[in-house]
Design a protein around this ligand. Sequence first.
Ligand code: GDP
Ligand code: IMO
Ligand code: MG
Length: 445
Amino acid sequence: MNGFVKMGNVIILGSQWGDEGKGKIVDLFSARFDIVARYQGGHNAGHTVVVGDKKFVLKLIPSGILHAGKKAVIGNGLVIDPAALLGEIDALESAGVEVRGNLFISNRAHVLFPVHRMMEKLSEARPGRVSIGTTSRGIGPCYEDKMGRRGIRIADLLNPGIFRAQYDSVMEEKVVIAKALGIYEEMDLKSIRDEYEAFAARIRPMVRDTSMLLNQAIRDGKTVLFEGAQGTMLDIDHGTYPFVTSSSASAGGACTGTGVAPTRISGVIGVSKAYITRVGGGPFPTEALDATGDMIRKRGNEFGAVTGRPRRCGWFDVPLLRYTAAINGFDSLVVTKLDVLDELESIPVCTGYRSGTHEVAEMPPTVAEIEKVEPVYEYVPGWRAATFGVSSYDDLPEKAKAYVAFLESRTGVEVGCISTGPERNQTIVRPGSRFEKLVGQRNSG
Ligand code: GDP
Ligand code: IMO
Ligand code: MG
């Protein structure tokens, strides 16, 4: 990344339903920042980074950790399963990545317990409830405890006196509820408590007031890249509720989830596939349930990085992108997986929503209304040539450039970066774009 000077603090987040390729993009551009900070979610996230012949799937740890010496922060907005976190640290360290010394964990992040996975059966397996198709990691119930003001935070976990009393009281309540609702499963709560006390000892050296750490770093002239998990359409407020995750995946979440003010953020970048996917239940206007959908799943290897579930595949959805661009104020868009469309003769792009004879101008707020929406397609000619690995815009086939230009003109957002493969060097940054200005500007010299 020589030849670039550092700019301000930037948020990179998902503009669709997750799995847009955020991990690859954050990893690549974290080289130009000092600190990478995650601001929400938990180990429901799976961010894949390919470096040479090594593949890493990051769940709780920011993707920037793979660059030697970069600092990584797990912000207060996350829910942390300590077993998952320590497992991830061990796996990275055994692959030669230096984690301890570079990773800082917020003392205000919430702690996820096995009992949260048990409580998830309330939303996923109880008769009469529509299953969301969660990742079954206990994420929703842990955020419920946070908002219910009975959550246990990392700072509490580190204080044995406080932790024991809090833990016993919260668990007692859970057992009563689980038994009453018939979802109780036998668990040895005392030995889980002992286990968490052992986790606390291992986590302690990494725990900080990360809000103060980030703000001090910014005052010292250092730059922060904020990494979103999930995507805007899975955001608890702005997504396809209730088929969403339980956190604020959109740009506002970066401030509440780290304690860094909006006045310190220079820009927001959305990551989008050249098409679209979703895992789990919920409305999906442009879903392709035919052979082309299967072809995308195969070529794009669209299987969940966390659960292995096949991802539902569909066509680029302009109204959806315009909606998420408005909510996040995207300065620039990264379009990933362009190569997956290489073989198509004609590429459908949904450029509008209709309901009967009416145009649907805004993203409807309810699942029932979104399910009724009929996508209006325009067909863009395919390029039928290999773009896999192309790293310069000029080397793209003219029709691939035209597809990108079409997305830009319909969404109203610049496409400043294009990804043509999972590896770092399979990436195009468009010279003179806002993207280039935000993630690092070329030195004049
Ligand atoms: P994230 O959750 O947004 O980080 O995305 P995931 O890692 O869950 O899913 C993206 C998948 O696509 C991963 O397997 C990446 O290695 C892969 N990937 C990322 N960018 C590209 C690309 O431009 N082309 C191809 N073919 N694969 C890509
Ligand atoms: P990354 O960060 C795609 C989906 C689940 C389910 C819904 C709620 O890799 O993009 P949860 O376990 O969070 O309560 O599940 O959200 N989901 C994701 N889909 N990518 C993710 O993360 C996701 N994290 C959660 O499939 O539909
Ligand atoms: Mg993912």
